[in-house]
Write a protein that binds this ligand. Structure first.
Ligand code: M6R
Length: 606
């Protein structure tokens, strides 16, 4: 989604800003822009990728201060005019903005009445004009931003530059902004990992905060005007390998990284002797866990699918109610929060606005939330203050793969931990630990022998729609497979619990309709196979993902076998063929695998 990268210092800014933009690219965007200050503001904006912006830039732009932006359209079509930065009417201020200004209609109307000629259809542009108007009051850039934001409603990660002042003023409310402190230079970015090539010393702005940056100083204050000292965090340099290496796409690379990512996730977190999980970041003792009345898990997209698997694992092992919620629905349904219950926010980016709002809603109502988060220091990780980092390393493809696996693994360790404080025996616990420790190797084994993925691709690539079915713990895997194929190959996909198929989706089946079944060797396999027969009887073509050595392979048109696995952990294996089918189908259809249209890697608007 929208990204910001800014620089202020002694070096030429353009190449630093373009490099910053490239590091933000994975988040998904539709246009880019850059402003460099050199006596005046030199602004260039372009629809398309960073490369397209570069192609319209003059050979050399002098200037040691600037801001760059990647835009993901919310208000106004994708066009050069709507791309950021936006200058003010008299050209004294220029801004970039992430988030949504909810009262932009009123602000724009009042500006028009005052005679301002708005140049774009965005909600953001109004801020530039109001800051300029407020600047004329006392010529104080920080106060001008402060007064402007008091008039605005909504969310912002905002950076403003001023023609007559050598500062960048930054403000955050609901949209991340991180200040990077170098030696005699300052950086600002919406993504901490874009800063690490330049500095590890960062300050995460919190909601309602403002930072005024000069080359060597940052002044922090609240929107109300209270000053405070910076709390500098030192980022880990070793976040992981974020280059493609020998892979053609990040998605394929990340699929193959799953075994090692899982090893990182479980390492040091399993207590073999006690048959228990050891998630220290939860800061929960067995006596606390024994009193938990219920568990609620929140997430969007892939994270929600992982949360559904977590729900089933927790109920199975701990025998307490657990329920997964779609974050974007949560706070709007005025949920009842029990302060003794456990809540988990599951998220790769840690910046998903819907999940962040759900966390805040729970906090507001006196509950506590644990993060199950990949990106260290992200907004949700900090808002929760406790939880589990899933340690997937950087996930760059918009389609989430290795983060899904590590979310499931982290939740399985929690399920084990809460289970051991209640209903799960030491022996059952050890079985799960053994199962988890084998998974990375089993995935490697499967990746060596993937089965007829390309036949499956041929079957689905021109289909009108694809139905994914699974039962029990495989129902969320079916959803995850459908989400992946839909988001990167643009094929309409439907996922249902297999038993529900006969209550509606069966009407879609025609001669040759592809149906993908997920049927590992668990207690519901027989029932899943009945659904498979019902589909076959109506002419559907079956792609079956099943465990090797079972007796059902011959019943499918295409059967893809995975190694034998502990039934509760089967999603960690059954999901892999669905990821590969999605990847190869998107490739066969000529789609942009890593950056599918309209999507963003981290969705920072509600
Ligand atoms: O960063 P998050 O895990 O919170 O993101 C949630 C969803 O936006 C994300 O999983 C999305 O559905 C992916 N594109 C799925 O591949």
């Amino acid at each position: 989604m929208c990204g910001i990268f800014g620089y202020l210092g002694p070096r030429q800014a353009t190449s630093i800003l373009l490099d910053g933009l490239r590091r933000l690219e994975y988040r998904g965007y539709d246009s880019t822009g850059i402003v460099i200050k050199n006596g005046s503001f030199e602004i260039h904006k372009k629809v398309g990728k960073v490369g397209e912006l570069e192609s319209v830039l003059p050979n050399r732009i002098e200037g040691t201060a600037g801001i760059a932006h990647t835009r993901w359209a919310t208000h106004g079509v994708v066009s050069d005019e709507n791309a950021h930065p936006h200058p003010s009417a008299k050209g004294k201020v220029v801004i970039v903005h992430n988030g949504i200004i909810e009262n932009s209609r009123q602000l724009r109307t009042s500006l028009t009445v005052q005679g301002v000629d708005l140049q774009s259809d965005t909600d953001s542009e109004a801020l530039a004009h109001i800051i300029e108007r407020e600047l004329s009051v006392d010529n104080d850039p920080e106060q001008a931003v402060r007064r402007t934001l008091r008039l605005a409603r909504g969310t912002w990660g905002l950076c403003a530059m001023f023609l007559e002042h050598d500062v960048i003023v930054c403000a955050r409310n609901g949209s991340p902004l991180i200040i990077g402190k170098g030696e005699g230079e300052m950086f600002v970015s919406s993504d901490p990992h874009a800063l690490t090539p330049y500095t590890q010393r960062v300050v995460f702005l919190e909601d309602g905060e403002i930072a005024t940056l000069t080359n060597d100083k940052m002044s922090l204050s609240t929107l109300k005007g209270k000053n405070f000292n910076p709390d500098i965090t030192v980022l880990e340099e070793n976040w992981g390998d974020s280059d493609l290496g020998e892979f053609p796409h990040f998605m394929l690379k990340e699929i193959y990284e799953q075994p090692d990512a899982l090893r990182h996730c479980i390492s040091g977190r399993l207590d073999r002797v006690r048959g228990n999980g050891r998630l220290g970041g939860l800061k929960l003792e067995p006596r606390d866990l024994a009193k938990v009345p219920h568990v609620r898990l929140l997430g969007c997209g892939t994270a929600y699918n992982a949360a559904e698997i977590g729900q089933l694992m927790i109920e199975k092992l701990a025998r307490i109610p657990a329920v997964a919620h779609i974050s974007s629905e949560f706070r709007h349904n005025d949920p009842v929060i029990n302060p003794n219950a456990l809540h988990f926010a599951v998220t790769q980016s840690g910046e998903t606005a819907d999940t962040l709002s759900a966390v805040k809603e729970i906090h507001l109502k006196g509950g506590s939330v644990y993060g199950v988060v990949n990106v260290v220091g992200s907004s949700i990780a900090r808002e929760c203050g406790k939880g589990v980092y899933i340690h997937s390393g950087p996930e760059q493809a918009v389609a989430s793969t290795k983060a899904f696996s590590n979310m499931v693994a982290a939740l399985s360790m929690f399920a084990l931990q809460v289970g051991r404080s209640r209903a799960t025996s030491k022996e059952q616990g050890r079985e799960i630990i053994n199962g988890l420790q084998e998974i990375p190797h089993l995935i490697e084994e499967y990746l060596e022998q993937q089965g007829p993925i390309h036949e499956a691709v041929d079957m689905v690539k021109n289909a009108k729609s694809v139905l994914f079915l699974g039962r029990g713990i495989s129902a969320p895997v079916a959803k995850e497979g459908a989400l992946k194929l839909m988001e990167i190959a643009y094929i309409p996909c439907l996922a249902y619990p297999a038993g529900e198929m006969k209550h509606g989706p069966i009407a879609l089946l025609e001669e040759g309709s592809p149906v993908i079944f997920i049927a590992p060797n668990d207690h519901v396999k027989v029932k899943t196979i009945s659904a498979m027969h019902e589909c076959k009887a109506r002419g559907a073509k079956i792609i079956l993902i099943h465990e090797e050595g079972d007796d059902i392979a011959s019943e499918a048109d295409i059967s893809i076998s995975i190694p034998r696995v502990h039934p509760l952990l089967s999603p960690l294996l059954t999901v892999i063929p669905t990821q590969l089918i999605a990847y190869h189908t998107a490739l066969a259809l000529g789609c942009d695998v890593d950056r599918p249209r309209n999507l963003a890697k981290s969705v920072t608007v509600e």
